[in-house]
Design a protein around this ligand. Structure first.
Ligand SMILES: *Cc1c(COP(=O)(O)O)cnc(C)c1O
Length: 380
């Protein structure tokens, strides 16, 4: 049997593929962070990131993974004993809940099953019953299930109830429309290894006036993630200098393409993926699938873990399996960041090969053809 060249295809919802130009930026000489030279780079990186967030509010670049920015939101928005509402439809909603508990908040959770979503009306009902809540924590794209939620709707409801809204846009940003200022979001957090096309290690948080004011009042202990330190000096501790070079390069690429075009590109890839899933007679897992990733139910009689491991170890295609209780029940194909239509075609050809090997017969090329037909229709 001839051995073929092996290439790697990273189609997991973080870390995502890094374009060469962005990788090379990271190899530039490290300079000192307390210099006018670095300040200029940092300022440009922040400005570009604000464009992606669609905000004119303060935005901080933090040396941590995305969870650090989530911790920053919680530590600066809720005092011990204060009532906070968490919208939870998966693993990352559960992370908001855990963080709120660690900081001693009185947490009320609107919980739905994995795969389901919470509507703005449901948040409204919930806030009517929990009227003392002063902060709501939500997720734009619940990565564990591929579900996107109506954050704009959450924002108007939260405003009516005079509650602050903090949104985890860690996987959603870049792939899903998100307009922090137009939608009136108080705190938005994101991370580098998702839609921004960077390696892991950088997180971002935007805070509006209301949120910064709240940070002055809360009594939670905080140090590294004290937003007041960042508001005084964007680099209160040593920033991730080389990642910030990369951030500046990545946001330049994003700005050149234009945020609306980027949203459209993700929408096309997501729909092409769903068409591929349908062409293989497989079922989507989410009731409200988004443009970040597509979660698919593992067909009966097939070992879901094996789909993921064989695709990765034998064909070089890394997708994600299910997390927690979803383990073995779903697999997740990401179309986030630096991903082309052909990458999705490759994912489907590998998926078809593996499904056949695992005894689930699908015709060769059916899923890939479903993807191609949609790309063709969109002129891609
Ligand atoms: C990836 C992700 C996180 C966690 O980010 P880390 O960088 O792993 O800390 C949080 N929320 C969502 C929605 C994510 O996709």
């Amino acid at each position: 049997m001839a051995r073929l060249v092996r290439k790697e295809y990273l189609l997991a919802p973080g870390p995502t593929p890094v374009p060469n130009g962005v990788s090379l930026e990271g190899a530039r000489e490290t300079i000192h962070h307390r210099t006018p030279q670095f300040k200029k780079i940092m300022d440009e990186a922040i400005e570009g990131t604000k464009y992606v967030f669609q905000t004119a509010n303060d935005l901080f670049l933090i040396a941590s993974s995305g969870t650090g920015a989530m911790e920053m939101a919680v530590a600066n928005l809720v005092s011990p004993g204060e009532k906070a509402v968490v919208i939870s439809v998966g693993k990352f909603g559960e992370r908001w809940e855990k963080l709120c508990k660690v900081f001693g908040a009185d947490v009320a959770v609107i919980r739905k099953e994995y795969g389901d979503f919470v509507s703005a009306e449901e948040l409204e009902d919930f806030l009517n019953k929990n009227s003392s809540a002063s902060v709501v924590f939500a997720t734009l794209s619940e990565t564990s299930t591929g579900t996107v939620m109506n954050v704009e709707g959450f924002s108007s409801v939260a405003k009516k109830h005079d509650a602050l809204l903090a949104v985890d846009c860690i996987s959603g940003l870049v792939a899903e429309p998100m307009k922090a200022d137009e939608w009136g979001l108080d705190v938005v957090v994101a991370g580098s290894q998702k839609g921004f096309m960077l390696p892991p290690g950088l997180a971002y948080a935007s805070f509006n006036e209301r949120a910064l004011q709240k940070a002055e009042e809360v009594t939670s202990p905080r140090f590294y993630f004290d937003v007041r330190a960042y508001a005084k000096d964007p680099a209160p501790w040593t920033p991730a200098v080389n990642l910030i070079y990369q951030q500046r390069a990545a946001v330049k690429l994003l700005k050149e393409e234009g945020i609306e075009n980027i949203w459209e590109r993700h929408a096309v890839l997501a729909e092409a993926t769903r068409k591929g899933v349908a062409a293989l007679n497989l079922e989507l897992f989410s009731k409200r699938p988004g443009n970040v990733l597509t979660a698919v139910k593992v067909p009966d009689g097939v070992d879901g873990g094996k789909i993921v491991s064989i695709m990765r170890d034998e064909y070089g295609v890394t997708i994600a399996g299910g997390q927690g209780t979803m383990k073995g029940k779903i697999f997740r194909i990401s179309h986030l960041g630096y991903v082309s239509g052909f990458d999705i075609v490759v994912a489907f050809t590998a998926l078809e090969k593996v499904l056949r090997r695992l005894g689930h017969s699908v015709p060769f090329g059916a899923g890939a053809a479903g993807v191609m037909k949609h790309l063709e229709k969109e002129g891609c």
